[in-house]
Design a protein around this ligand. Structure first.
Ligand code: 5RP
Length: 226
């Protein structure tokens, strides 16, 4: 089993009958969805999930996982999601798949946020292996781009494979911000980015993760609690 599958499946073991779940986005969480769907099919597990992207909504629906909207739930028992980078304090960069806004909304109402990754996502300092995604309103994009540059990064408009501008599920654009020396103070940076008019959300996830599952190449799942 690959690290992503090890981590994704291990986290699904915390899903209990009757839970309302947050369903994260990405190739690691995909294995969580598969494991949950297996338990629904084989053991009659009763759960419902709020998807963090149209992609996850599509996959979960196809696998027979019952879905709910934020009109129907006030709190989530457990959310399982991936990350692009996570440091020793469980601060994260997310949004590689463009789902950062919905992922953060869902994380904020989750009693427990479990992050599933392979070992390559664990870093000493955020911003050293991955550019920070920032979701912006298209009208404001040039203004936000200049303001982000003044914060010390090199923003680049995210594009699709065919070269056109990428749009999120919310109709916005993403600026992928490379910090040449990494991010020194993620908490302060999140506040600075959020203060720029036209920014919808940044991919910095501060104090939102409770549990980290790292799938290892030898098939072990390493579990760390914050
Ligand atoms: C999507 C995300 C994903 O959780 C993150 O990109 C990790 O994805 P993967 O498990 O495919 O590496 O933040 O916006």
């Amino acid at each position: 089993m690959q690290p992503k599958e090890v981590a994704g499946r291990r986290a699904a073991e915390w899903v209990e009958d009757g839970m309302t779940l947050g369903l994260g986005t990405g190739s690691t969480v995909f294995f969580t969805l598969v494991a949950i769907a297996e338990r629904i099919r084989d053991h009659g597990l009763r759960v419902r999930g709020v998807p963090t992207s149209l992609d996850t909504e599509h996959k979960a629906r196809g696998m027979g996982i019952p879905l709910a909207t934020l009109d129907q739930v006030t709190q989530l028992d457990l959310t399982i999601d991936g990350a692009d980078e996570i440091d020793g304090a469980f601060q994260m960069i997310k949004g590689g798949g463009g789902a950062l806004l919905r992922e953060k909304v869902v994380a904020a109402i989750s009693r427990r946020e479990v992050i599933v990754v392979g070992p390559d996502k664990v870093v000493a300092r955020l911003g050293t292996t991955f550019a920070l995604p920032v979701e912006v309103v298209p009208f404001a994009r040039p203004v936000v781009e200049r303001a982000l540059s003044r914060l010390g990064c090199e923003p680049a408009v995210r594009r699709t494979r065919d070269g056109s501008e990428y749009r999120t599920d919310n109709g916005n654009q993403i600026l992928d911000c490379r910090f040449p020396a990494g991010i020194a103070d993620a908490r302060a940076l999140e506040r600075q980015i959020d203060a720029i008019p036209g920014v919808v959300e940044s991919g910095l996830f501060i104090d939102l993760a409770h549990t980290l599952v790292i799938g290892q190449p030898d098939g072990r799942a390493e579990v760390r609690e914050r």
